[in-house]
Design a binder for this molecule. Sequence first.
Ligand code: AMP
Length: 583
Amino acid sequence: MLFSKLAEYFEQLDHTTSRNTLVAILADLYSQCDQSEVRPITYLLQGRLAPFFKPIEIGMGINYVADAIGKAFGVDRKHVMQVFDRVGDIGTAARQVQQEAGKELSMEETPTVLEIFNQLMAISQVSGQGSIEKKIGMFADILQKLDPRSVTYICRIPVGTLRLGVGDPTILDALSFAKSGDKSLRKPLERAYNETSDLGLIAETLWKDGIEGVEKLSIMPGNPVRPALAERLPTPEAIINRMGQCAVEKKYDGFRCQVHKIGNEVKIFSRNLEDMTGMFPEITSGTLAMVDAETAIFEGEALAYHPLSGEFLPFQVTTKRRRKHKIEEAAQELPLKLFAFDILYKNGENLMGMKYVDRREILANTIKGEDSLIVSDWVIADNVEKLMEVFNEAIESGLEGIVAKRLDSPYQAGARNFNWVKLKRTHAGQLQDTVDCVIVGYIYGRGKRAQLGAGALLVAVYNPDKDTFQTITKIGTGLTDEEWKEVVERCKPYVTEEKPARVESIIQPSVWVEPAVVIEVLADEITRSPVHTAGMNGEKQGYALRFPRLVSFRESDKRPEDATTVQEIIEMYQQQAIKQVAS
Ligand code: AMP
């Protein structure tokens, strides 16, 4: 496939506002791909050269891309940046500069996708002295070989603005459609994705070995497993009624870490599957010193710990460790402890199908001693009093609640179900849970708010079946002036002219925002609503949050697809009704 053809698909994806059309365009694209192309094209669709968990980057910011555009078309960076300032997008600016120079090529003249992909990969591998000049030169060479549309899209890749709005489930659906004409392969594709997190690998395997090949893909050290997630129930009674005898663990509010030990190498992945190894040297050294296995994959929650007082610190403090500079100093000042709570793999054996209690035993035998790694405690409870003992202990030590776990449950990658159930406390001191929402737009404010940029946020929850974001509330109060400014600042890179294809909304905000910024929201109540699309189904009304307020920004550890799901909202609504009847 010529790169110009791919760029044509990019343009179609860019301009659609319907999720079904996204799937159809992608399925059409995939049906044109051969075996050698599906993998690179899958990564390029995500604006990348490799899966999210591989830190392979082109390594050129906007200024260097502008240098390359200048070099390719015979102008200086200043001119490119002037055009950029005017048009607001580096791709459009590049296209304009190419046109001014009269160097537009036709679509037929461009290299293939594979050639361009390999050249981008070569740029990502350039390092050492003079590497910037080299990268600029190589990127300029690419630009000189491309038609205007390809120039537009390729320039957005290094700067991270190629936002085609295709989520992972959309790609899985499209792969299924391309190979079988319907969604029937979605389930086995999704299982493979949950265990390997590599859509490119799955696409390539599907092309090479068919769905039978995909069915053989499973957990592999070095590839993060999509984390198992917890459901919620409103009261301790509801937990015991539903689960009977269960394990109760404290719920630590830090970073979920999945640690992979592969011989002498350690990799640490975040909940949203990013490689965070470099940020947490104490967990890496702890793993090498304390884990008694050649290869192992285990999970835990990493928390900031005050070395003098021995206190555990809240998420707002832990989050300071998510940084790229002065890591060693930060690790000294604010060391983390990893509370390990599960193990998925050991010395070549996949443990995910084993029962919780058996995995726990293996975990205890694998982590030796207590230092930067600690095997977290668990207690068996079959009554409310016992469960509340752990809950109260957790709250007293500054933690946020408990997670109850089914004793015979396997580890279900990427699944949120009643194998794990969380019970949290909030600031008000009552049992009430927060909702993770994604900002999809904002509405201009009036009066004083006008200066702050926004007067209300339009926020959504996630519908994984449709891979869409459905609105659930407008947040208009409870933010300080500073927070309003911060929200607008955080949304800025994601502002778009048209409604993003994966957003379902009846309300038309002043400004649309691509789903990216995740916020934690506390609300008084869930009600039915004719104006919000969350859970709306034909004639049936949607659901809305009443009196919502912002608790924290969560995009450092949650992707938009990690937001609360519509299904969870419906369950919370039903539980709320039960609670109201009970009280
Ligand atoms: P939430 O993010 O509110 O859905 O809660 C689930 C999260 O709690 C998990 O993704 C973990 O990051 C975190 N967590 C803290 N302690 C535990 C634990 N003992 N077991 C499982 N998850 C835990």
